[in-house]
Design a protein around this ligand. Structure first.
Ligand SMILES: CC(C)(COP(=O)(O)OP(=O)(O)OC[C@H]1O[C@@H](n2cnc3c(N)ncnc32)[C@H](O)[C@@H]1OP(=O)(O)O)[C@@H](O)C(=O)NCCC(=O)NCCS
Length: 317
């Protein structure tokens, strides 16, 4: 493809007839085997239904003069924290010709219009695309860690007598989980309060039912929870598919008395009983208590994520 053709790529909003083309494009970034590809397809199709996300407004496509899709950019607005999350992807054969920058510019304009103040995106630590973000006025602001743990050493039946019995949510209790999650993560970096609709969506995304979420109660009150994810993870060469600890949270008043360790032990034993051999999770590198907890149960860092930030009205992309 010539530079001239690339420079004539047009950027336009997604239309429902673009679904197949968008999925094909998104799969280019998935990597892995057929099972991972199937999961990436499911995840990307589902992403079109995320609450508050309107594909015809928030998903932009770059199309070459031959009508082929060359890239996409999408943004998720989080009005409660005045933030816009963005993601840009350009097919390898169309790269380094300004398409990614144009997609990002258009996404930032959408954020501005929606009243967002900051824009965030994340990259794997050390990735070459860091220059792309820096060039567009983004700065690294936070590091997250991807950790994993071998489940072989995790004890079964980990309920301790100093922790109340573990309960389960019942179907239809999305609002109850939303309340507990919002109370547990209020003020955490990058956390946007969830609605019941968000919870419903993320349960689907994690292939989890409400009944799979472990509930910690103290004196009849909801105190904490552990939300696992059974969405297929990247499968290591030994074929062991890990499960994920999607969320683990305790309301502030119940912290500091060993309850989260028991909740996590119980969650890990649960995963092992379901046949998983590894568990993975993502944690803010500045969250010292969580890091200490995960390390104490054998989690080791696999790699880092870097969050990049840009003020929506600052910089000059
Ligand atoms: C990052 C990405 C979107 C860039 O798309 P693109 O169309 O090639 O980007 P542009 O042509 O607009 O690049 C603008 C500038 O960013 C920098 N840049 C882009 N890709 C780069 C790379 N792989 N290595 C180093 N610098 C890079 C360069 O400074 C480039 O200018 P130059 O080509 O004049 O040197 C594309 O590589 C991609 O889809 N990667 C995978 C997904 C991803 O990491 N997205 C970023 C997070 S939102």
């Amino acid at each position: 493809m010539s530079d001239m053709m690339n420079s004539r790529c047009k950027i336009r909003p997604f239309d429902s007839c673009d679904t197949d083309g968008f999925i094909r494009l998104a799969l280019l970034s998935a990597g892995g085997g057929p099972e991972e590809e199937k999961e990436a397809e499911r995840r990307n199709l589902l992403s079109l239904e995320r609450p508050g996300f309107k594909p015809a407004r928030d998903l932009l496509l770059a199309e070459d003069p031959g009508g082929r899709l060359a890239g996409y950019g999408r943004c998720f607005k989080e009005a409660a924290i005045s933030r816009q999350l963005v993601e840009v992807f350009v097919s390898p054969r169309h790269r380094r010709r300004g398409i990614g920058s144009r997609l990002m510019e258009r996404l930032l304009a959408l954020g501005r219009k929606a009243g967002a103040v900051i824009c965030h995106t994340r990259l794997i630590e050390g990735s070459r695309e860091a220059d792309f973000c820096l060039r567009l006025g983004f700065r690294p602001v936070r590091r997250y860690l991807e950790m994993s743990c071998d489940l072989a050493g995790v004890a079964r039946g980990a309920n301790d007598e100093n922790v109340g019995p573990f309960d389960r949510f019942s179907a239809g209790e999305e609002n109850r989980l939303a309340k507990l999650q919002n109370g547990s993560f209020r003020g955490s970096w990058g956390f946007c309060p969830n609605s019941s609709e968000d919870i419903h969506f993320f349960l689907r995304a994690t292939r989890c039912s409400l009944e799979d979420v472990i509930l910690l109660k103290q004196e009849e009150r909801d105190a904490g929870y552990l939300w696992p994810s059974f969405a297929h993870e990247k499968i290591p060469s030994d074929g062991t598919r890990p499960a994920r600890i999607h969320m683990l949270g305790l309301l502030p008043v119940y912290r500091g008395r060993g309850r989260s360790r028991n909740l996590l032990r119980c969650g890990l034993a649960d995963l092992r009983n379901r046949g998983y051999l590894r568990a993975v999770l993502t944690v803010d590198a500045e969250n010292t208590p969580a890091l200490a907890l995960y390390s104490s149960l054998g989690f080791k860092t696999e790699f880092g994520w870097i969050w990049y930030e840009r003020g929506i009205d600052s910089g000059s992309p």
